[in-house]
Design a protein around this ligand. Structure first.
Ligand SMILES: NC(=O)c1ccc[n+]([C@@H]2O[C@H](COP(=O)([O-])OP(=O)(O)OC[C@H]3O[C@@H](n4cnc5c(N)ncnc54)[C@H](OP(=O)(O)O)[C@@H]3O)[C@@H](O)[C@H]2O)c1
Length: 266
C-alpha cells in the first residue's frame, strides 16, 4: 500500500492477480509528487478529473519541447501489431489529448504517419518530418484545416506536395543527407510554435534527445512484457541527459504515466 493512500486509492491501483488484468484503466492515482496528504484519485473522463489532468500536465514554460511516447515494460515502442495501438488504452489517449491541447504543434516522423492512423489534432498543427516526401499510406484528411505542415529538404518538396496538396511545406536545410534536429526545431519555432510535442517515432525522438533539445519526456508504460521489436528511443547511443521525475500517475490497469523533466525549472 502507498504511504498515506486512502482505501479508494489503494483499490484504484491494486491489480487483481487472480483474474486477467483489466485492459483499460480509468481512475488515475497520483504517486508523485508525494504530498503531505495523499492526492486523491481522479477520473479524467469527468469535467473535474479532466481539469486535474490538465493541471498535472501543464507545461511550466511557454517555450517547451516535450516528447510523448508509450512503451511496454520492456521498452518497446511497438506492440505485437507493429504499432502503438496494441500498447495504448483509453486513458493514455486522454493524456495524449491533453498534451496535444497544450501544444501549438505535434511533430511526428514520416514512418509513424505511414504506419499509424494519424489524424490532424483538434487544435494543434500536425508537423510531419520527412526526408523523402513519401507519405504513402497516410490517413490524413487535412482539407481546409490549415493545420498541416511538412518539414522536408528541397529535394522532397515535390513528392510531399503531391502526397498532401493541402499541407504547408517548410524547407529545412539538408545536412549530409538529413535535416539536423536543431534545424527542424528552428523551422518549427519560425512558424510561431512555442509549445511543441514530438510524438515520435523513436527515430525522431532520439534525434531531439541526442541534440539536447528536449525539456521533458512523457512516458506511458503499458503493463506488458514484450519483445523489444522497436526500442523506444531508437538503437543509436547518445550522451545521457539527466532527468528528474516530476509526476507519476497510475491507473487501475497498472499503466504508469510519468513526466520526466530534463530542463531545470523554477
Ligand atoms: N510508442 C509510441 O508512442 C509510438 C509513437 C509513434 C510511432 N510509433 C511507432 O514507431 C514506428 C515508427 O517510428 P520510427 O522511429 O521507425 O520512425 P519515425 O521517427 O516515425 O519516422 C522516421 C522518418 O522520419 C523522417 N525523418 C526523421 N528524422 C529525419 C531527419 N533528421 N531528416 C530527414 N528525415 C527525417 C524520415 O522520413 P522519410 O523516410 O520519409 O525520409 C524517417 O524515415 C512505427 O512502428 C510506429 O507505429 C510508436
Amino acid at each position: 500500500m502507498l504511504p498515506n493512500a486512502s482505501d479508494v486509492t489503494a483499490e484504484a491501483y491494486r491489480p487483481s492477480l487472480r483474474g486477467p488484468l483489466p485492459h483499460t484503466g480509468r481512475v488515475l492515482t497520483p504517486l508523485v509528487p508525494v504530498a503531505d496528504g495523499a492526492a486523491p484519485p481522479f477520473d479524467p473522463f469527468t469535467d473535474e478529473g479532466l481539469a486535474a489532468l490538465r493541471a498535472a500536465y501543464a507545461p511550466p514554460a511557454r517555450d517547451w519541447l516535450r516528447i510523448n511516447l508509450i512503451t511496454s515494460i520492456t521498452g518497446s515502442a511497438a506492440g505485437p501489431d507493429g504499432t502503438s495501438e496494441t500498447l495504448t488504452n483509453r486513458t493514455d489517449r486522454r493524456v495524449l489529448g491533453v498534451i496535444r491541447a497544450q501544444s501549438d504543434i505535434v511533430l511526428v516522423g514520416a514512418q509513424s504517419v505511414r504506419t499509424e492512423g494519424y489524424r490532424i489534432p483538434k487544435t494543434a498543427t500536425l508537423g510531419i518530418v520527412t526526408g523523402s516526401g513519401d507519405l504513402s499510406g497516410h490517413r490524413l484528411e487535412p482539407a481546409g484545416t490549415g493545420r498541416l505542415v511538412v518539414f522536408c529538404p528541397e529535394r522532397a518538396r515535390a513528392a510531399a506536395g503531391g502526397a498532401l496538396p493541402d499541407a504547408r511545406l517548410v524547407t529545412v536545410p539538408d545536412t549530409g543527407g538529413r535535416m539536423a534536429a536543431r534545424d527542424i526545431l528552428e523551422a518549427t519555432r519560425s512558424l510561431g510554435s512555442r509549445s511543441i510535442v514530438c510524438e515520435g517515432g523513436p527515430s525522431l525522438a532520439a534525434q531531439f534527445s541526442a541534440a539536447g533539445l528536449v525539456d521533458e519526456v512523457c512516458v506511458t508504460t503499458s503493463p506488458q512484457i514484450t519483445g523489444t521489436t522497436l526500442p523506444s528511443f531508437a538503437e543509436r547511443a547518445f550522451t545521457p541527459v539527466p532527468a528528474r521525475l516530476e509526476r507519476l500517475l497510475i491507473d487501475e490497469s497498472s499503466t504508469l504515466y510519468a513526466r520526466w523533466f530534463s530542463r531545470p525549472t523554477g
